[in-house]
Design a protein. Structure first.
Length: 364
């Protein structure tokens, strides 16, 4: 097992290296550069100003390592070796430094901006993941055990509907029905107007036993309740989209397992049906679901972009949209690298969980 983990970690590091290179090079090869929008929005900005900005941000240096020659005043200068902007950036990333924001929060470290948004994304996606799994797995098991029953047909119809409807449509319909028409939940945001804090700050206060945000004393409970009301719709929309597919995977996997000889053997030994289903059936049926979760969770943590945008939830997804719109390359690069790391890490975790769920799988 240890040798397998070391080998997979080494493979993951090599993969992340090439992914980071692709991210950095592609963004830096965008035609026009990052300051075209500045010149478009403000005609007073001259090319000399753009050149000074490029020099200030090191964008006038070569992209990749190599020997470069320059011509100044018509005279060719001696060639020099430059390690390239990518190598310098990669070295900083290895130390946890993604650079500073250019336009969104000028001069603010990117890692600081990401850490500010990460708790909001983790809270929303974590609750959505719990709700989706808590509903999808039991529904999938019941649909498989009661195949072709009225409940199975109903669940199948709702699952197909959830998978076929775009997330933005489901979100807008949820806002129109539950916020505008019924008035049960807020239309978006993280807190009500006039609130002196939000649910993330309140939870930090509670779990730190009052050491963080002490000014929220006496308000934490109300802020948590208010935050849950704002979270209800985005969590339900995100959970519904995922549980629709997960319930179908669970059902299909359980149907295949229920036909296996060892299931008939377990029943022949006189085991209760509940034990046969949960201990012998579900454990073997979870392997395909683990694969799907390993592929889905990084996207959730990285930020459910559409859901966060519709409900104005200040997570990493909304931050990604704003960074792209503002040509803030360091922020975009930081978010994409973190997303790539989450994908690689989740796949490695999923592979290791196979051995936990199914003892027949051995790693060498």
């Amino acid at each position: 097992m240890t040798s397998y983990i070391i080998r997979r970690v080494a493979q993951s590091l090599v993969l992340l290296f090439f992914i980071s290179m692709l991210i950095y090079v592609v963004l830096n090869l965008v035609p026009g550069g990052p300051f075209d929008m500045l010149r478009l929005n403000n005609p007073r900005i001259t090319q000399s100003m753009i050149d000074r900005l490029n020099a200030l941000l090191d964008l006038d240096k070569p992209l990749l390592p190599g020997k470069y020659c320059a011509v100044v005043g018509g005279e060719e200068q001696p060639c020099v070796f430059d390690q390239g902007r990518y190598v310098r950036w990669l070295g900083n990333v290895a130390r946890g430094d993604f650079g500073n924001s250019w336009t969104m929060q000028t001069g603010t470290p990117v890692i600081e901006m990401i850490l500010q948004r990460l708790p909001y994304t983790l809270l929303m996606t974590g609750l959505a993941l719990i709700v989706a799994l808590a509903v999808a797995v039991p529904i999938g098991i019941y649909s498989a055990v009661k195949q072709y029953s009225a409940t199975d047909y109903l669940v199948t119809t709702l699952a197909f509907f959830g998978q076929s409807m775009p997330t933005f449509w489901t979100g807008l319909m949820a806002v129109a029905i539950f916020s505008v028409a019924l008035g049960w939940f807020p239309t978006g945001g993280v807190r009500s107007i006039g609130a002196e804090g939000d649910i993330v700050e309140a939870l930090a206060y509670v779990f730190s036993l009052g050491k963080l945000n002490p000014e929220l004393q006496g308000q934490a409970f109300d802020l948590i309740v208010d935050g849950l009301r704002h979270l209800a719709l985005p969590v339900l929309v995100l959970a519904y989209f995922n549980l629709a597919g997960w319930s179908r995977f669970t059902r299909g996997s359980m149907l295949e397992v229920l036909r296996q000889d060892y299931m008939r053997t377990a029943r022949a030994k006189g085991l209760k049906e509940r034990i046969v289903i949960m201990k012998h059936g579900l454990r073997n049926a979870l392997i395909p679901l683990i694969t799907i979760l390993a592929l889905t969770i990084p996207g959730l943590i990285g930020g459910a972009i559409i859901t966060e945008t519709i409900f104005s939830w200040p997570g990493m997804g909304l931050m990604t949209i704003n960074a792209i719109a503002n040509n803030d390359w360091p922020v975009v690069q930081g978010l994409l690298v973190i997303q790539a790391f989450l994908v690689v890490f989740s796949n490695l975790t999923g592979d290791l969980l196979y051995g936990v769920v199914d003892p027949r799988i051995q790693y060498s």
